[in-house]
Design a protein around this ligand. Structure first.
Ligand SMILES: NC(=O)c1ccc[n+]([C@@H]2O[C@H](COP(=O)([O-])OP(=O)(O)OC[C@H]3O[C@@H](n4cnc5c(N)ncnc54)[C@H](O)[C@@H]3O)[C@@H](O)[C@H]2O)c1
Length: 364
């Protein structure tokens, strides 16, 4: 059984017997991409401790650090940070391309490519240079956290710590335990989540956890229509009445087609009958496009399938099919114990994907 909201201490100990959460006096971020930069900023701003950002690409580190400093200055100019705070927070963030520099960090989060083999290499490198009780966190969107921890000397300090984009705005953090994790590590991670101002919801270590499993099921239904030859812009408007913050195809562009394809692949491998592998999404990724639409909102010609016969889309019946698909997915998630109640799923969709109040339950 998974607890839903933290922080709490488990095990029935009296508060005086529960060890304190680990003090985090320096923090590491592996990767210098879209998520890693936002995570580094959040940690520096909320914890005010030194943050080391590392990547295999030196130019990515430089760009990320410059981008963070510029963002801090903008925040200060808008009055969201006090005078001098941009320089103070910016001064805490440092870049490196040497993973060994993480040796002094009390906790590190990886936000590298969404590929298990890459993440496993990163974890092994960290373990070689890292104190044995330092927390190792992964920002994976969909991969098995247990598969990353398995084979490490100290798998008990590994947890999934899944933030949502944009990190500064969305309050959800999916906290993922593995069978190996220690109570101390869970307590420390929960404390860290609270200090970062996030609402941690405990989720089982199942593909896509909650938010990405639900979003990808929606994408799956929409992309299947496009693959059959339906007009992308038309099917993309089918959920308009739900008042979602973005249409499905806009959201794929926002997440990044390549990251989303990795998530689709993971869910397709786990549940091939329900999660479609989309040729249109493949085409967009292979063409290196940032999404299905260009900057003017026009569908990229390469993303349009060439059907042998026209495929007409009845938007109301498509919306009904998506709704039925979501009902099925919610029931399966509850059966699998991903979370305890459907209210947890609603909360995750509101806090992690900015769905309207009430989450899935309100969508008809
Ligand atoms: N994009 C999103 O909206 C989103 C949201 C939540 C979680 N995530 C997850 O966060 C992670 C990162 O996603 P992203 O969108 O920031 O990706 P990204 O492509 O923007 O960044 C990935 C970075 O990892 C670096 N990298 C690759 N291998 C490395 C290694 N061995 N050591 C150090 N750095 C390495 C790359 O050079 C790149 O800079 C993924 O696991 C993704 O699923 C993404």
């Amino acid at each position: 059984m998974y607890q839903t909201l933290l922080p709490t201490a488990s095990g029935g100990s009296s508060p005086s017997q529960v060890p304190a959460a680990k003090r985090i006096e320096s923090f590491g971020v592996v990767g210098a991409g879209l998520m890693a930069s936002q995570l580094a900023l959040l940690v520096a701003e909320k914890l005010r401790v030194p943050v080391l950002v590392s990547d295999v690409s030196a130019s990515r580190v430089t760009n990320a650090i410059e981008g963070m400093q510029a963002r801090l200055k903008r925040q200060e100019a808008k009055g969201r940070l006090g005078p001098g705070e941009a320089a103070e927070i910016g001064g805490l963030i440092r870049g490196s391309i040497k993973p060994t520099e993480f040796r002094t960090c009390d906790a590190v989060i990886e936000a590298v490519y969404e590929e298990l083999s890459v993440k496993r290499i990163v974890f092994r490198q960290l373990e070689e240079s890292f104190a044995s009780d330092a927390l190792i966190l992964t920002n994976t969107s969909s991969l098995s956290v247990a598969a990353m921890a398995r084979g490490l000397i100290h798998p008990e300090r590994v947890l999934g710590f899944h933030f949502f984009n944009p990190v500064a705005v969305l309050p959800l953090l999916e906290l993922v335990r593995t069978p190996f994790v220690s109570d101390d590590a869970v307590r420390s991670a929960s404390d860290l989540a609270a200090r970062l101002g996030k609402t941690a919801v405990h989720v089982a270590d199942t593909p896509g956890f909650v938010v990405n499993r639900i979003l990808t099921r929606i994408f799956s239904e929409i992309l299947a229509e496009i693959d059959k030859g339906a007009d992308p812009a038309t099917v993309d408007s089918s959920l308009e009445s739900w008042g979602l913050p973005m249409t499905p195809l806009q959201l794929i562009g926002y997440i990044g087609p390549s990251v989303q394809r990795h998530i689709c692949d993971t869910l397709h491998r786990a549940y091939p009958d329900r999660f479609h592998r989309s040729t249109s999404l493949d085409t967009v990724v292979q063409a290196g496009l940032p999404g299905f639409f260009d900057e003017n909102g026009i569908v990229q010609p390469v993303a349009v399938a060439r059907p042998s016969e026209p495929h007409g889309s009845d938007l109301a019946s498509l919306r009904r099919r998506v709704r039925e698909a979501l009902d099925q997915e919610v029931q399966l998630m509850l059966d699998e114990g991903v979370v305890a109640t459907s209210a947890d799923i609603d909360r995750c969709m509101v806090l992690g994907a900015n769905f309207p109040a009430g989450g899935l339950s309100r969508l008809t």
